[in-house]
Design a protein. Structure first.
Length: 480
């Protein structure tokens, strides 16, 4: 089976039902036709199976049209975070080698010159001329559907290649385990360029045939209004969104909670006190689950049964989990280990880096966990020094490499410091004769906003082990 076959449950089966609220209501038939026109447009420009297209767009209907068109043509869809700037985009373009990058006229200024760019505005002006005839060129469920770039421990991001079957396995699990049906109303405010919004949001919507209200982003000043008007029964969020929701008036919270069926959280750890406070206000226990770009969803608290605060729950169907000690033997229940995963959800490897992962192998997550005697997993941290801010992953190494290139910087370490809203934020510890304002400005110009260090702390030199490794836990405390 391929994604177009899966989505036909809704596109054919629920053709006349409302699928999405965006500028107005659109039926599944409308979305199907839009995807067909876009597929014909792409095919008319010579885009063919196996080619890559990069999509650097905020949430919009055309994002969905392009994704669906790509899955039909066997074209590999490469979403690019809209907060990325020239340095990050240059790397993705060089690595993915797409036939074109699609963006808005406004975002185009961040795209390095060279390579083919099609603007959203231009596509919009011509797509209606293409017929809504169906064109499906992919038949193999093991074909790649998307390459999702995920920050690498080496500084530069790597492209995780996800197949049609990976997305199908994930969607079937979520729809089954969270009992998502056509009667649901999904409010989707997550960015579509990550697997949380795309692999969970869009896929659960199209498989279940529910009604979705899509917004450009989670604007916390407006989100309470959307929840009031749209009355969702289902919401997928990152912890930062739930922290924001604690600030909403108690009467609104109770009304929203009264109509909701399920709140799900992922992409970053949900602090247990947030879960407790949220339960008091909204009358719901947020369901926390655990996933990654390379594997989609792995472990989830149950819909019925105990949603354990601080724990991510039990493995999803088909997902094999091993919690290994550093010597490769299995950790006992209650003992700390590192999670290794295998299953139909696990990706087929990193784009053009076959040496890093072989399909079918156990995937090493880098996540440190404990399994309780009753099977619930609790994450305890990461093997690497990954920072997660507002649900966006940051590898300190990438920022360190960039700052080390700046004038006056002799050495630099970046570490995550706790932040009540975002979970963590990055801070840079810098040795040398540098100007903090100039460093901040350079970061603003070349890096995504969530990667810009909140502070640049001068240090004489970095604390290192005898072997030269930086000891981040010995860095001075940062005070805002
Ligand atoms: C954030 N910003 C965005 C944006 N999200 N800009 C454009 N589009 C978006 N989608 C920018 C804002 O412009 C602002 O920039 C800054 O981020 C903070 O904005 P804010 O309004 O103050 O936001 P806040 O209330 O803190 O909430 C941030 C957030 C955002 C929760 C909306 O962090 C977010 O959407 N996170 C979701 C990340 C995600 O989807 N991760 C999934 C990864 S997949 P400035 O310049 O003013 O600072 C994965 C696997 C798995 O991890 O298991 O899910």
């Amino acid at each position: 089976m391929t994604l177009p076959d899966l989505f036909d449950y809704s596109f054919i089966g629920r053709r006349h039902e409302v699928a999405i609220e965006w500028d107005r209501e659109h039926t599944f038939g409308d979305i199907d036709d839009r995807a067909s026109r876009m597929a014909n447009l792409l095919a008319g420009r010579g885009v063919a199976a196996g080619d890559r297209i990069c999509v650097y767009l905020p949430n919009c209907l055309e994002f969905i049209d392009l994704f669906l068109a790509a899955t039909r043509l066997g074209v590999i869809f490469v979403p690019v975070n809209v907060l990325y700037r020239d340095r990050e985009i240059r790397h993705i373009l060089a690595d993915a080698d797409p036939v074109a990058l699609i963006t808005t006229a406004e975002l185009q200024v961040h795209v390095p010159p060279g390579g083919t760019v099609w603007t959203l505005e231009e596509l919009r002006s011509v797509v209606e001329e293409f017929p809504a005839t169906r064109r499906v060129a992919v038949t193999d469920g093991e074909a790649p559907a998307a390459i999702v770039y995920t920050s690498g421990t080496t500084g530069a991001s790597k492209g995780a290649v996800l197949t049609h079957n990976n997305f199908i396995a994930n969607a079937v699990n979520l729809v089954t385990c969270w009992q998502i049906t056509a009667a649901d109303r999904l409010l989707l405010t997550l960015p579509l360029f990550h697997v949380h919004g795309l692999g969970n949001g869009v896929h659960a919507w199209l498989l279940s045939g529910c009604r979705m209200r899509l917004t450009e982003r989670f604007a916390h000043e407006q989100a309470a209004g959307w929840m009031g008007e749209f009355a969702p029964t289902l919401f997928f969020g990152v912890p930062t969104m739930y922290v924001r929701m604690l600030e909403w008036p108690a009467a609104d919270a109770a009304a929203i909670g009264g109509r909701m069926r399920l709140f799900v959280s992922g992409s970053a750890p949900l602090p247990a006190p947030v879960l407790e406070e949220f339960r008091g206000l909204y009358g719901h226990t947020i369901l926390e689950r655990y996933g990654m770009s390379e594997t989609l969803m792995n472990i989830s608290n149950p819909l019925y049964g105990e949603r354990r605060p601080g724990a991510v729950g039990l493995p999803l169907p088909g997902v094999a989990v091993q919690n290994r000690r550093p010597d490769g033997t299995m950790a006992a229940d209650g003992e700390v280990g590192e999670l290794f995963l295998r299953g139909p959800n696990v990706f087929s490897g990193y784009w053009r880096k076959p040496e890093l992962f072989t399909p079918g192998d156990w995937f090493r997550t880098g996540d440190i966990a404990v399994r309780a005697a009753d099977g619930y997993y609790t994450l305890q941290g990461r093997r690497s020094d990954l920072i997660i801010s507002g649900g966006f992953n940051i590898y300190p190494r990438e920022i360190e490499e960039f700052l080390a290139e700046q004038p006056g910087v002799t050495e630099v370490a970046v570490a995550g410091v706790p932040d009540a809203r975002r979970g963590e934020v990055p801070v840079a510890y810098v040795a040398g004769e540098f100007d903090a304002g100039a460093l901040a400005e350079a970061c603003r110009r070349h890096l995504a906003s969530f990667k810009i260090p909140r502070g640049f702390v001068p240090v004489e030199k970095l604390p290192r082990t005898a072997l030269g490794k930086v000891q981040k836990h010995l860095l001075p405390r940062w005070e805002p």
